[in-house]
Write a protein that binds this ligand. Structure first.
Ligand SMILES: Cc1ncc(COP(=O)(O)O)c(C=O)c1O
Length: 304
């Protein structure tokens, strides 16, 4: 059965969800996006994703022609219409249709798309046993070139790094910035446990400020796990007790080997396992209800 896609204010069947070849999102990667998850009939941290989308858009002077509340509702409605209880929602706002030149002034109206579908990134065994990653030659974009804090449609920097991962037969990589500091993965943030502290690179170093990262910092705080945002090198990762990645799609993924060096005991550590469990528990209970009517009725039935 074909999906119903939100396109510029209305829901249309997937086959009719077409965007112009003159759209500057297609021609130049000019636009912004979000990846959001739904778990157990709830959209996780919807408001934070919507806020980040509008912040990214503001940075690139892109006006989203929809109110925040309406776009948030479109995300929930996309799940409802496609019967998604557990899934992945992609919100894309591109500069819209223009001409072949790159001047954004030629694009009078942004294109807005919401797709609610399913996603599977890593098999369950990766969460049990951890994964092996490498650092790569591709450097994360500098904040003064294309700031990684902006979640733009231009993901070639991450894709170049992913190509290196593919060539090396690895599922994911760690990217360094121009100064050789570890910043993030291709679509995830990075944490280490070193000398008893949870450490993750600060935003100003040139990372996307992940919503999963923020959630994990909150979960750590609530559990009395000391956490700091501080720069670190590959040497720190090799000698860390634990390492893991976080992202909306990937969730919390243990890393047990980096550049052929075993991290800690070479298996997911206690802090990582604790945070994986805590994250899974949280996402199953918290979020914007998708099927409000059904939830109300279940409540009424349960009460009678
Ligand atoms: C480059 C990059 N870093 C980090 C993340 C993790 O962010 P979040 O946890 O909000 O998904 C993503 C996810 O889209 C990403 O693309």
């Amino acid at each position: 059965m074909s999906l119903e896609i939100y396109l510029d204010g209305e829901f249309v069947p997937e086959e009719q969800a077409r965007v112009s070849v003159y759209d500057h999102g297609f021609l130049y990667g000019d636009g912004v996006f979000e990846g959001i998850r739904a778990y157990n009939g709830r959209v996780f941290r919807l408001a934070q994703h919507i806020d980040r989308l509008y912040e990214s858009a503001k940075s690139i002077l892109l006006e989203i022609p929809v109110l925040k509340e309406d776009l948030a509702e479109a995300v929930v409605e996309a799940c409802r219409r496609n019967a998604i209880r557990d899934g992945y929602i992609r919100v894309v706002v591109s500069r819209g249709k223009g001409d072949l030149g790159l001047d954004p002034r030629k694009c009078p109206r942004a294109t807005v798309v919401v797709i609610a579908d399913v996603i599977s990134i890593f098999p369950e065994e990766v969460y049990r046993e951890g994964m092996s990653v490498i650092t790569v030659a591709t450097r994360r974009s500098r904040t003064d070139a294309l700031n990684p804090q902006i979640k733009t449609l231009n993901y070639l920097n991450s894709i170049m790094a992913k190509l290196e991962a593919n060539l090396a037969g690895k599922p994911e990589v760690l990217l360094l910035n121009a100064e050789g500091l570890v910043v993030e993965g291709t679509g995830d943030n990075v944490f280490i446990v070193r000398r008893g502290h949870l450490v993750t690179p600060p935003t100003w170093l040139g990372i996307l400020e992940g919503i999963t990262r923020r959630t994990v910092l909150e979960l750590a705080k609530a559990r009395g796990i000391a956490a700091v945002e501080a720069p670190f090198t590959a040497h720190d990762v090799y000698n860390a007790q634990e390492c893991f990645l976080t992202g909306t799609a990937a969730e919390v993924v243990p890393v047990v080997e980096v550049d052929g060096r075993r991290v800690g005991e070479g298996q997911p550590g206690t802090v990582t396992r604790q945070l994986i469990d805590a994250y899974r528990e949280l996402v199953n209970h918290e979020g914007t209800e998708i099927f409000v009517e059904e939830a109300l009725q279940a409540g009424l039935k349960g009460g009678s």
